[in-house]
Design a binder for this molecule. Structure first.
Ligand SMILES: Cc1cc2nc3c(=O)[nH]c(=O)nc-3n(C[C@H](O)[C@H](O)[C@H](O)COP(=O)(O)OP(=O)(O)OC[C@H]3O[C@@H](n4cnc5c(N)ncnc54)[C@H](O)[C@@H]3O)c2cc1C
Length: 317
C-alpha cells in the first residue's frame, strides 16, 4: 500500500486534536516493542475512554485510513516502513485495574501484565501467578490467549468486554472461540479488547510468593535474559514422541542445526532457539529471512510445518 500523504495526516491531526484526543506524530516504533525493531509511524492516537475510541474510529473511517491497534508490542515484528497505516494505542483508564472483592478483578486492556498480575497475586489470590512472567499488555494477552507453565488466560476469565462494529459487548469465555495461543479476536481482527473480569481463589500468601518466585526463576533460566526479542517465534506444533512426550518447536530448530544462525543483526538465539533476537540494528526484513529459513529447513528435513506465533505488523519483505 502507498504511504499516507502529508495532507491525510494534517487532516487527521486537526480532527483528532479538535476531539481532545491525545496523539503522537512521527513516532519511532522500535521504542514501542520488545524486539526494538520498526520504522517511523506517521500517527498514533491514544484514546483514554470508550467514547474517545469510538470518536477515533469514526475519524479513521471518515478519512478512509487503514489502522492497527498496538499493545505492549511484545508479540510483534514491526515493519521497517510502517507508513501506510495509523495506530491506535489505548491509554488513560485502560491502564488501571479494580479489585471488586471476593477474588473478582476488572483489568483494563492497557495494563502491563507482569506488575498487575504480580500485585493481584500478592493480595492473596492464586491462579494468575503464571501471568506475572508474561510481558505485554492485558488486551494483547486476551487476543493471543497468552499462557505458560500449564496455564492460559482464558482459564481465569469470567467476562471479556470488547468493541465490535461500533458496539460494546460483554461475553463469557464459553461464548468466545479460543484455543492454544488463539482466539476468534486474533483470527477475525474485528474487535478492540477493552477489559476483562477474572476470578481467582483465595490462597496462602507464602505459597503464592513461592509460586511467583518459582515461575520467575524458571523463566530466567530458560530464556535469553535482557535480549531484544518477541518471545517464542513459532508455536509448538503439538507433536509427541513414542513415549507421549511433547517435541517442542525449539527442538526441531535445533535438530536441523540452525541454533545461533545469523542474518544481519538478527540471530536464532544460541540459548533458546525458538527465540530470534535483535543483536543490534536488526531489520524486520532480516528477521523475516531467518523465519523463512527455519520454516523451509524444518519442513524439508523433518516434514513438520512450524507456524509463526509472532505477528507481523505492517508489510515486511
Ligand atoms: C521475552 C518474552 C517472553 C514471552 N513469553 C510468552 C509466554 O510465555 N506465553 C505467551 O503466551 N506469550 C509470551 N510472549 C508473547 C507476548 O508477551 C504475549 O503474546 C502478550 O500477551 C502480547 O501482548 P502485547 O500487549 O505485547 O500485544 P502486542 O504485541 O502489542 O499485539 C499483539 C496483537 O494483539 C493486538 N492487540 C493488542 N492489544 C489489543 C486490544 N486491546 N484489542 C485488540 N487487539 C489488540 C495487536 O493488534 C496484535 O495483533 C513473550 C514475549 C516476550 C518478548
Amino acid at each position: 500500500m502507498a504511504p499516507l500523504s502529508e495532507i491525510q495526516i494534517r487532516e487527521l491531526k486537526n480532527l483528532v486534536a479538535n476531539a481532545g484526543i491525545t496523539f503522537r506524530e512521527n513516532s519511532d516504533l522500535s521504542v514501542h516493542c520488545s524486539f526494538k525493531i520498526g520504522g517511523i509511524s506517521p500517527f498514533i492516537a491514544e484514546p483514554e475512554t470508550r467514547e474517545q475510541i469510538l470518536e477515533t474510529l469514526s475519524i479513521f473511517r471518515k478519512l478512509e485510513l487503514p489502522w492497527k491497534i498496538l499493545g505492549g508490542g511484545t508479540n510483534l515484528l514491526i515493519s521497517d516502513h510502517p507508513n501506510d497505516f495509523v495506530i491506535l494505542k489505548l491509554s488513560g483508564g485502560f491502564k488501571e485495574y479494580k479489585d471488586i472483592g471476593g477474588g473478582l478483578f476488572e483489568v483494563g486492556a492497557a495494563t502491563n501484565t507482569t506488575p498487575v498480575f504480580r500485585q493481584i497475586s500478592q493480595k492473596g489470590y492464586t491462579g494468575a501467578e503464571f501471568l506475572s512472567t508474561i510481558p505485554g499488555w492485558t488486551g494483547g494477552a486476551v487476543i493471543q490467549n497468552a499462557g505458560c507453565y500449564g496455564g492460559e488466560l482464558f482459564d481465569l476469565i469470567e467476562e471479556v468486554e470488547f468493541l465490535r462494529n461500533g458496539e460494546i459487548l460483554k461475553r463469557k469465555p464459553s461464548e468466545v472461540e479460543h484455543g492454544y495461543r488463539s482466539t476468534e479476536f486474533l483470527k477475525k481482527k474485528d474487535s478492540i479488547i477493552l477489559s476483562i473480569r477474572i476470578r481467582l481463589k483465595e490462597g496462602n500468601l507464602e505459597e503464592i510468593e513461592a509460586s511467583l518466585k518459582e515461575k520467575r526463576d524458571k523463566r530466567n533460566s530458560s530464556q535469553p535474559e535482557n535480549k531484544k526479542s518477541a518471545g517464542s517465534m513459532f508455536k509448538n506444533p503439538k507433536i509427541f514422541d513414542e513415549t507421549g512426550k511433547e517435541i517442542k518447536a525449539w527442538q526441531f530448530i535445533d535438530r536441523v542445526g540452525l541454533r545461533g544462525t545469523k542474518i544481519g543483526g538478527a540471530q536464532i538465539s544460541p540459548e533458546h532457539c525458538n527465540f530470534i533476537v535483535n543483536t543490534g540494528g536488526a531489520k524486520a526484513s532480516e528477521v523475516n529471512q531467518l523465519v523463512s529459513l527455519v520454516q523451509e529447513k524444518v519442513e524439508k528435513e523433518t516434514g513438520v510445518i512450524l507456524e509463526r506465533e509472532v505477528e507481523y505488523f505492517g508489510s515486511i519483505p
